[in-house]
Design a protein around this ligand. Structure first.
Ligand SMILES: [Zn+2]
Length: 430
C-alpha cells in the first residue's frame, strides 16, 4: 500500500504503512502531539508579537524546548518543521491581507483566513527532515531515534526505496490516519518523463452526465463507485449520530466512519490519477475551464459535490502530469463555453436542461458538452503563447504548507463544506 502524492515535479512522495507495536504507536502519538503543540505555540507567539517573522518563530522553538522538557524530546529539525508550518499559515494569511508576493496566493482556495490553532484529531502528522530517523540497510524498516524513541517499524509498501540515494530523502513525515500510521518519504528527484509528441490537442468539459466530454466527442463515465460509497457514508454518519456522546460505542462508530472516508478519498484519488495521466499522455495540449471557487454557487446535491471534489483533484493531477510529461495545460475562463456555437461562434442561449446544441445561425447540431469542449479548446489555442495568467504551469501546490500532499484529510470534511470549496461546474448558466 504505497501511494505517490502530488508535489513539485522535482519531488517525489512515497508512502508506506508503519508496522509496529501498540506501545510504539503511542510514542508516535506523543511526537505528533508535540509537533502540534509547537505549531500552536508558535502561532500564539506570533499573535502576541505581531510583526515578527519566520526567523523569530524558528528561534522560538529552541526556547520552547528549554521550557518544556517533553518538547525538547522532539528532534530539533522536526521542531523547526512545526514552526515552519505555523509560519506558512501566517504567511498565507498575510499574503491575502497585504497581497504580498507569496507563492501560495494562487491555486490554494479556501485556506486563507486568520491562522487557527490545530485541534487534536484523528489525522495528524509530524515531519522530520534529514535526521531523527534512519532507514535500515535493506530499506524495509525505519527507526525513529529522537527523544520519543518510538523505535523500529517495518515498512509496508511495494515501492522500492533502494532506487534512491539517502541524501535524496529530504523529509520524512509520519501521518496518523483512521486506519493506522503511515510514513511519507519526500524524495528529491526530478520527475520528467519522455513522451513522443502526439500532434494532438484536446479540450475537456466536465459535467454531470459524464465525468468529462472531450473535444473529439469522447467521454469518460462518472465514477459510480464514489456515489455508492457516499450512500454508505451517510448511513455510517447516521449510525454514529445515534450513539451517545462520549461513549465507547460512539468512538467505535466514529472510527468506522473515518475509515470509510479514507477509503472514498483513496478511490477518488485513484480515479483522478489514472484519468489525468491518460488525458495528458494522449495529447500535447490539454484545455479545461478555469473554475474559480469564488464564482461558485453553493451546491446542495450530494452527487454533485462528489463530482466536484473528484474534478478538483483531477485538475490538480492534470497540471501535475502536464509538468511531468511536458504537456501544456491551459485553464480558460469559463464564460460562454457552453453557450457559443463551436462552428460559427454565435451565441445560442440554452438552459441547463438543453442537452443538445442546435445553432439557428449555421445549423450546427452537437451534444451540448461536446460543443463546450470544442469551445474550450478553441479558447485555449487562441490564448496560448500570449498570456501567462491562465496557463496553469504556475499553480503552486504549497508542498511545504499545512496540508500534507495526500489529500486524505479532506475525507474528514462534511460533503457540504466540500462542495463550498470546489467549483460548481454545472450550475451557473452563462
Ligand atoms: Zn453556429
Amino acid at each position: 500500500m504505497i501511494y505517490v502524492s502530488i508535489s513539485d515535479v522535482n519531488m517525489l512522495v512515497f508512502e508506506a504503512k508503519l508496522d509496529g507495536q501498540d506501545s510504539q504507536y503511542q510514542l508516535l502519538d506523543e511526537a505528533i502531539r508535540t509537533a502540534r503543540f509547537v505549531r500552536n505555540a508558535c502561532l500564539r507567539y506570533w499573535m502576541d508579537n505581531r510583526g515578527i517573522g519566520r526567523y523569530e518563530l524558528s528561534a522560538y522553538c529552541a526556547t520552547l524546548a528549554q521550557q518544556f522538557e517533553w518538547a525538547g524530546k522532539l528532534n530539533s529539525m522536526a521542531r523547526q518543521a512545526s514552526a515552519e508550518r505555523a509560519w506558512s499559515a501566517v504567511a498565507r494569511f498575510l499574503s491575502t491581507t497585504r497581497s504580498a508576493n507569496d507563492n501560495c496566493k494562487k491555486g490554494k482556495p479556501g485556506k486563507k483566513g486568520y491562522p487557527r490553532f490545530k485541534k487534536e484529531q484523528t489525522h495528524g502528522s509530524v515531519e522530520y527532515k534529514t535526521c531523527g530517523w534512519k532507514l535500515s540497510l535493506d530499506r524495509r524498516s525505519i527507526t525513529f531515534s529522537d527523544g520519543f524513541k518510538a523505535g523500529t517499524f517495518n515498512l509496508w509498501g511495494t515501492r522500492d526505496l533502494h532506487f534512491y540515494q539517502l541524501k535524496q530523502f529530504k523529509r520524512v513525515r509520519v501521518v496518523r490516519r483512521a486506519d493506522g500510521y503511515y510514513c511519507q518519504f519526500c524524495i528529491d528527484q526530478d520527475r520528467i518523463e519522455k513522451r513522443e509528441p502526439t500532434g494532438k490537442t484536446i479540450g475537456i468539459d466536465v459535467g454531470l452526465n459524464h465525468f468529462y466530454t472531450d473535444s473529439n466527442g469522447g467521454t469518460v463515465a462518472n465514477p459510480r463507485h464514489l456515489r455508492k460509497s457516499e450512500k454508505s457514508l451517510k448511513r455510517l454518519q447516521r449510525r454514529m449520530s445515534r450513539t451517545k456522546k462520549g461513549s465507547q460505542n460512539r468512538a467505535k462508530k466514529r472510527n468506522k466512519l473515518a475509515r470509510k472516508h479514507l477509503k472514498v478519498s483513496r478511490q477518488r484519488k485513484d480515479f483522478a490519477v489514472k484519468t489525468a495521466r491518460c488525458v495528458v499522455r494522449s495529447s500535447d495540449l490539454v484545455a479545461y475551464e478555469d473554475l474559480k471557487v469564488r464564482n461558485m454557487v453553493r451546491n446542495r446535491h450530494l452527487a454533485k459535490s462528489i463530482s466536484d471534489a473528484a474534478w478538483t483533484q483531477f485538475r490538480e493531477w492534470v497540471e501535475y502530469f502536464g509538468r511531468v510529461f511536458g504537456v501544456a495545460t491551459v485553464a480558460v475562463p469559463p464564460h460562454y463555453t457552453s453557450q457559443n456555437c463551436s462552428n460559427c461562434g454565435q451565441t445560442v442561449k440554452k438552459t441547463l436542461s438543453t442537452r443538445t446544441h442546435v445553432c439557428p445561425h449555421c445549423g450546427h447540431t452537437q451534444d451540448r458538452d461536446w460543443n463546450a469542449a470544442r469551445n474550450i479548446l478553441e479558447k485555449a489555442l487562441s490564448t496560448v503563447g500570449h498570456t501567462g495568467t491562465n496557463a496553469s504551469g504556475d499553480i503552486d501546490l504549497c508542498m511545504g504548507g499545512e496540508t500534507p500532499p495526500s489529500k486524505s484529510g479532506r475525507g474528514k470534511r462534511k460533503p457540504k463544506e466540500r462542495s463550498l470549496e470546489s467549483p460548481t461546474i454545472f450550475g451557473t448558466p452563462n
